[in-house]
Ligand binder design. Sequence first.
Ligand code: SF4
Length: 336
Amino acid sequence: MKTLLQVKELAVSYFTYAGEVQAVRGVSFDVEKNQTVAIVGESGCGKTVTAKSIMGLIKKPGIVDENSQILFQGENLVRYTKKQWNNFCGKECGMIFQDALVSLNPTMKVGKQIIENLDNHEPSLSKEEKKARAVEILKLAGIADAEQCLEKYPHELSGGMRQRVMIGMALVTNPKLLIADEPTTALDVTIQAQIMELLKDLQNKLHMSIILITHDLGVVADIADFIVVMYAGKIVERGSCREIFYHASHPYTWALLKSVPRIDYNGQTLVTIEGSIPDMTNPPKGCAFCKRCPYAMHICKEHEPSKWDLGDGHEVSCWLMDERADREGVPFETGR
Ligand code: SF4
């Protein structure tokens, strides 16, 4: 596999009246060609801010730290000019959002919206060629009567159809990277499964990489190759899909997994994660999950956990990995 995207030490802050909100704090991960990377975590963990940074969508009062690197095929996007961003977004990288009804322009026919993307990025195509491309991509997105669909307004389509149109719109320029931010959250369970299946199918046909942003680990099981778990602006665990589902090693990942319904567990009680994420204007000096973690030890409050490499790209930041840790919660000293 070849690397398409490398995010290195990404840091994003929002400067508000309440102070500096450190939304993303030193996030690093790679996306290989034709790979799906899922970024998972609850609201406010920094996953959407990470995705927006890759798309150049961080606006004031948000600022991407100048030492951050987002390397797309070796070029640092953080240093891009506005014109370079405009060329990159929509052409090299497409994005689909949670609520297609909000994201699509309600006053414009679907066809016009798809073709507008081609007008911006492939102006040399003739009108007929653009229409043919729009029809082709809608068919690939599973819309049988694609020609008729081009003539409809978003409100005339069902939720699932609108999301298919969004996917078609993002992919009509054949981007190398698709960022899907909670693409199924507003849909019912059956349609959710269809949309995830569609993304997998389109990836096989169009050979793009996907960054999938979601709060629901259950959604990514079938599609992700690699999973990045974020909490309070940092990566707490990352690894292959198999490693995360079968050998998760961070208490926050365990809690996320326990909140996923399983068809093979009769009478399973779904567990919620008590408490809320810390105030990011003043992040804790130790482990950010400390106040919610049933395994928290004395050291967790005082020192940020180191990163442990568990092999095969599986990494976890938690003091439980330290051989001196007592899993009953007895404090231990690090000598630091
Ligand atoms: Fe829990 Fe400590 Fe691990 Fe943080 S470092 S997740 S508080 S055990």
